[in-house]
Design a protein around this ligand. Structure first.
Ligand code: ZN
Length: 270
């Protein structure tokens, strides 16, 4: 199989497919590393001396709708550097597979992308259609592991719940609606926590919120959260869904013809 299959499955240089097996919806690839040497992670010297090997199972991105499981034969090398305390080390395949990871980096990145586009629960329901087996917890864990990007002014903010500890505990997720990026994850759903965060971002123009009363209070009390007519055509009622009929905001009738009798929360207009 060798190089041709390596190219087909976009494997990194030095990794080849030894065999393939299809069982139901699972495609299993047995992989071998072919590099003649490996570098000691401690002293950095290359070694030719293979001592032993073991197998490792790693999940990979789906192929033609099938789940992909990699069985990787990992070789252990002897370090020949006299004063190196690491006598034996396993060869590493990073960044394709990080040490100790149970999935390839590209699968991890795919799950992160699903998490950023949806949320834990929705993502876990959607992922199997792509041949990816995951869970809400895994999606949130991967999303939270993303390093925060450079701090940018936030004009359009989305606030919603996110669940961790398998739905037993909830926090607050803050999303920049202009870039569709997660800005921050707050450890709870308290009004004070979200308010404290928003006070550090006076540039916010519009907030799209969950129906939760806590977030409604955040909007009402944050004086810098102001309504601008120009965003209405973009978000319309979605942004301003006011929840139950006994809406605690009080309501204003929209003066924009395209929204007719829609009601809007009482925001300070600038
Ligand atoms: Zn060494």
């Amino acid at each position: 199989m060798g190089m041709e299959f390596s190219s087909l499955f976009a494997l990194p240089d030095g990794v080849e497919v030894a065999s393939t097996t299809v069982t139901g919806q699972i495609l299993t690839l047995s992989l071998v590393a072919t590099a003649p040497t490996a570098m000691c992670p401690l002293c950095g010297h290359a070694s030719l001396h293979i001592r032993s090997s073991y197998t490792r199972r790693v999940a990979d991105v789906p192929y033609a709708g099938r789940q992909v499981q990699l069985i990787l034969r990992v070789r252990k090398f002897r370090c020949d550097t006299t004063d190196c305390p690491r006598r034996v080390f396993a060869e590493r395949l990073a960044p394709f597979i990080e040490p100790w990871a149970r999935m390839t980096t590209r699968l991890s990145q795919t799950i992160e992308a699903i998490g950023l586009a949806t949320c834990g629960e929705l993502g876990a329901r959607f992922a199997p259609r792509l041949g990816i087996v995951t869970s809400p917890t895994m999606i949130l864990r991967r999303t939270m592991a993303l390093s925060p990007g450079p701090s940018e002014p936030v004009s359009l903010l989305g606030i919603d719940d996110w669940s961790f500890r398998r739905g037993r505990q909830f926090g607050t997720i803050l999303v920049n609606l202009a870039t569709h990026e997660i800005i921050d994850l707050l450890p709870d759903r308290k009004t004070e926590t979200a308010q404290s965060w928003m006070k550090g971002h006076p540039e916010i123009d519009v907030v799209s919120r969950d129906r939760g009363e806590e977030y409604a209070a955040v909007q009402m009390e944050a004086v810098h959260c102001r309504f601008r007519n120009k965003y209405l055509p973009l978000f319309g009622p979605y942004c301003w869904k006011s929840g139950s009929s006994d809406d605690q905001f009080g309501t204003n009738t929209c003066r924009h013809s395209q929204f007719g009798s829609n009601t809007l929360p009482s925001f300070e207009e600038q």
